[in-house]
Design a protein around this ligand. Sequence first.
Ligand SMILES: [Fe+2]
Ligand SMILES: [Fe+2]
Length: 364
Amino acid sequence: MSVSNIGGGKPRSDWKVTMNPDDLYKNPMNIAWTFDYIMSGDKVEDLYKRAKQNQWDSDELLPWDTVVDPSKPLINARSDVYHRMPFFQKLSKSQQETFTAHSTAQLLSQFLHGEQGALMTAACVTHSVPDATAKMYAATQTMDEARHVEVYAKYCDKIAIVYPMSLWLKALIDATLKSDRYEKVMIGMNMIVEGLALGAFNNMYRTTQCELLKKLTFNVMRDESRHVSFGHAYLGPVIAKLHPDEVEDLAEFAFAAVSILAGGGTAGTLASRVDPGFMEVLANSNIDPDDLFKGLEEAEALGITQELPPGQIHSLNDLMMPALARVGLLTPSVRKKYEEAGIPIAEDARILNAMEGGHPVAAE
Ligand SMILES: [Fe+2]
Ligand SMILES: [Fe+2]
């Protein structure tokens, strides 16, 4: 398979830059000046110092001269949900490899688009959070996210393909950017999207066979673990001081955001199946969507889609829900909503704590 026929998503050089009206909007956020320049002396200041010390330059740090063959699977996919499906095992080896190459490219494209969303939300927190140390920390995160956009764009160039942003991911980040309080931006990004990202990066780090991608992912994850930690360290005490009605408003926002994710962000859910980018992956792999969906139903009936491969972490159960639980955003009334929506409530924060504590990779 040559570089040109991995396209479908397209090389960036072939993209037409068009502005979709939905991609240009106003947000109702207040801008906050502060004239109290005293550093907080707490965990947020520690995170700011760590962020300064751990800045890195991808030009110097990463082996960009690594040759990447886009026709070879970038990951060891034996343990992913599709490769464990009986339907998938009946496909030829080359069809399986084509699907793996394209679905990995689609995932990397979501990393790229998601990083742009993170860049904008971090800038938004910088201008709207009223605390001086948090403002300065958010500025370091903005730079981190710019670096992440840079490295994923460069890596996508290596594989000569960019798939479109998944609709559910765009909807989730748009809801975050359109919100009216910096607390909601931090909930949407530092707790939910970055929880999702940290889990996905961890799984990519563990399964990729490409040394460049492995090193790139490790360094991005080290930054992301700080970002998730900031959501807890800063927002926890802020939420503890809010009026119960305001806490309820934030808890409702978190529920709405998690619902968008649960509807589309999990492999095999209906929304992820009909996502235009994923449909392109199937078309490029010559797989009939109906056959795949039937195969997924069969795998679900066998319980295959419920199992998590060893060493991989579950973003929702291991990172996001525990992050919301420990800052008090699982109020009695939203707990009922999660139950009604069939979204499991998980409160064990051990994996989350370990990944925030400077150990960006989940324990073996
Ligand atoms: Fe990032
Ligand atoms: Fe981040």
